[in-house]
Design a protein around this ligand. Structure first.
Ligand SMILES: Nc1ncnc2c1ncn2[C@@H]1O[C@H](COP(=O)(O)OP(=O)(O)OP(=O)(O)O)[C@@H](O)[C@H]1O
Ligand SMILES: [Mg+2]
Length: 71
């Protein structure tokens, strides 16, 4: 299970890119992110994977919860 709850991401402490994205990915399901150039798809994936810091990005609100079940 993966859950994004109202996630906000800011680059360089100034550029607000994600303004509160929420999504749920249930166990063993696949979802697709659709959006125009610059909509924030890659930023969303970087927030999930913990790769914002090298790009001077930061989650400033909300939460990313990832859990895995053993069943
Ligand atoms: N390291 C960064 N520093 C500042 N702004 C950034 C940075 N990376 C992305 N942005 C800005 O954040 C916004 C979202 O970019 P992002 O790359 O997440 O979009 P995307 O949906 O993946 O776009 P594309 O379809 O072109 O891949 C854009 O306005 C982009 O210019
Ligand atoms: Mg991208």
């Amino acid at each position: 299970m993966l859950r994004l709850n109202n996630v906000e991401v800011v680059y360089d402490r100034a550029i607000l890119v994600l303004k509160g994205i929420s999504l749920d990915v249930p166990e063993q399901r696949i979802i697709t992110l659709l959006g125009s150039n610059g909509a924030g798809k890659s930023t969303t994936l970087k927030a999930i994977s913990g790769l914002l810091k090298p790009e001077r990005g930061e989650i400033t609100r909300g939460s990313v919860e990832a859990g895995c079940s053993t069943t």
